[in-house]
Design a protein around this ligand. Structure first.
Ligand code: PLP
Length: 372
C-alpha cells in the first residue's frame, strides 16, 4: 500500500514504539499512586510533558494531557465560556475549522453564546479586515486553526492573536495539523495538539494553556492532571507522545525539506489538468488537495485500492454532503466531488509518491475518456 493520508493519521515512528514498549509490557503502575512504581510512572509522564512543551516552543504556559485534540478543543471552548466575565458572550470562529471546533461552537450557541462564523476567501485565507470589524469588547474568544486539515492553508495566528488581544479576547488555536510540522505561531492563549498526527499513538492529545488563562474543568473527578482535568493518565500514551514530539522537534527542518521535495515531485508527476484547492503560498506542503474538471473522486479511490488517499470532500457517511471546507472556498457540489487530498510526510518516498501520482493521473484521464 502507498499511504498518502497523512492528514488523517501518521504511521507510528519506530523510536516511539520502542519508547512505549516497557510501558505496554511491564510497567503498569498507576502514575498517580504513591508507590515507587507509581512515582516512576509519574516521572516518565513529566519527562513526556517537557518534551511536548519543548516541541510546542512557547513560554508562559503549561501542557495538560487530554484523551484527544477533540477533548482539548471541547475543554478550551466550554471551559472558557464557563469562566467568562459578565458582558463577554461572543465567540468568533472561521467557516473552515474542524468539526471539533465548529460543532462545539454550535452547541455553545444553543446554550446562549453569540456565535459569529467568518467566511474565508477563495484561497481559504481569512480576511483580517473582516475579523477586525467584528472584534469588540463583547468578544470572549477567537478560535482559528493554524493549518487546515483539508487544504493545508496556514492562518496568521500571530496577527490574529494581536488583534483579538487588543479588545481583551482570548485566542484558541487548533494546531493539530501544524504541531511538529511547522513552527507554531506565537500569540494564542490556548493551543490544541494531537499525538497521532506526529507519528505518535492515537488516544492522546494536549491543551497548551497560557498561565492565568486556564479554562474551567470539562471532566470532573480525581483532578489528576494538575487539578484541571480528571482521569488516570496513561504512561504508555504520554511516553509515546513525548517521544514523538521530541523526534518531530529534532527533525522539523529535515522533515519539511523532504516534504517540499515531495510536493514538487507530486505536482510534476500529476501533469496538467489539475487545480490546487487553497492557497499555495500560505500552505503546509504535505497537503496537496487538487481537483480536476469532471473527475469522480470516489470512483478514483475505489479504482486505486492500493493507494490510501481521501476525498477533498469528506462526505458525511451516507449523506452525500460535500466538504464544508471546500464549500467555504466557493466550490460547488460537483467541484468538491472532483477533489482529492494527497497527504504525505516523513516516511513517504519520492518513488512511491511519483508512482501513485502517475497512476492517479492515468486513471483520471481514463475516466474522462470513458465519460466522454
Ligand atoms: N483538528 C484537526 C485540524 C484535525 O485534523 C483533527 C483530526 O483529524 C482533530 C482536530 C481531532 O484530533 P483528535 O483525533 O486527536 O481528536
Amino acid at each position: 500500500m502507498i499511504y498518502l493520508d497523512y492528514q488523517a493519521t501518521t504511521p507510528l515512528a519506530p523510536e516511539v514504539a520502542r519508547a512505549m514498549q516497557p510501558w505496554i509490557e511491564e510497567k503498569f503502575a498507576n502514575p498517580h499512586s504513591p508507590s515507587r512504581w507509581g512515582h516512576e510512572a509519574g516521572a516518565a509522564i513529566e519527562v513526556a510533558r517537557k518534551q511536548v512543551s519543548q516541541a510546542i516552543g512557547l513560554r508562559d504556559g503549561r501542557v495538560a494531557f487530554t484523551g484527544s485534540a477533540t477533548e482539548a478543543l471541547n475543554w478550551a471552548l466550554k471551559g472558557t465560556v464557563e469562566k467568562a466575565a459578565d458582558g463577554r458572550n461572543r465567540i468568533i470562529t472561521v467557516a473552515t475549522e474542524h468539526a471539533a471546533v465548529l460543532d462545539t461552537c454550535e452547541w455553545l450557541a444553543g446554550q446562549g453564546v453569540d456565535l459569529t462564523i467568518l467566511p474565508v476567501q477563495a484561497d481559504g485565507m481569512l480576511d483580517l479586515d473582516l475579523l477586525r470589524r467584528e472584534l469588540d469588547n463583547r468578544v470572549l474568544l477567537v478560535a482559528a486553526m493554524m493549518v487546515n486539515n483539508e487544504i493545508g492553508v496556514r492562518h496568521p495566528l500571530t496577527a490574529i492573536s494581536a488583534m483579538a488581544h487588543k479588545v481583551g479576547a482570548l485566542v484558541l488555536s487548533d494546531a493539530v495539523q501544524a504541531f511538529g510540522r511547522v513552527e507554531l505561531c506565537k500569540g494564542p492563549d490556548l493551543i490544541a495538539v494531537s499525538a497521532h498526527k506526529i507519528h505518535g499513538p492515537k488516544g492522546i492529545g494536549a491543551l497548551w494553556v497560557r498561565n492565568g488563562k486556564e479554562p474551567a474543568s470539562l471532566l470532573h473527578g480525581g483532578g489528576q492532571e494538575q487539578g484541571l482535568r480528571s482521569g488516570t493518565l496513561s504512561p504508555m500514551l504520554c511516553v509515546g507522545f513525548g517521544a514523538a514530539a521530541k523526534l518531530a522537534d529534532e527533525r522539523c527542518t529535515r522533515d519539511y525539506d523532504h516534504i517540499e521535495t515531495l510536493w514538487s515531485a507530486a505536482v510534476d508527476a500529476l501533469g496538467p489538468g489539475w487545480v490546487i484547492n487553497g492557497s499555495t503560498e500560505h500552505r503546509y506542503k504535505g497537503n496537496l488537495n487538487i481537483r480536476r474538471e469532471g473527475l469522480d473522486g470516489a470512483r478514483l479511490i475505489a479504482d486505486l485500492r492500493d493507494i490510501a488517499f481521501s476525498l477533498g470532500s469528506a462526505c458525511a457517511s451516507g449523506s452525500g454532503r460535500s466538504s464544508h471546507v471546500l464549500r467555504a472556498l466557493g466550490l460547488d457540489y460537483r467541484q468538491a466531488r472532483s477533489s482529492i487530498r494527497l497527504g504525505f510526510g516523513r516516511y513517504t518516498t519520492q518513488e512511491e509518491l511519483v508512482d501513485a501520482c502517475q497512476r492517479i493521473a492515468v486513471h483520471a484521464v481514463a475516466q474522462e475518456k470513458l465519460d466522454a
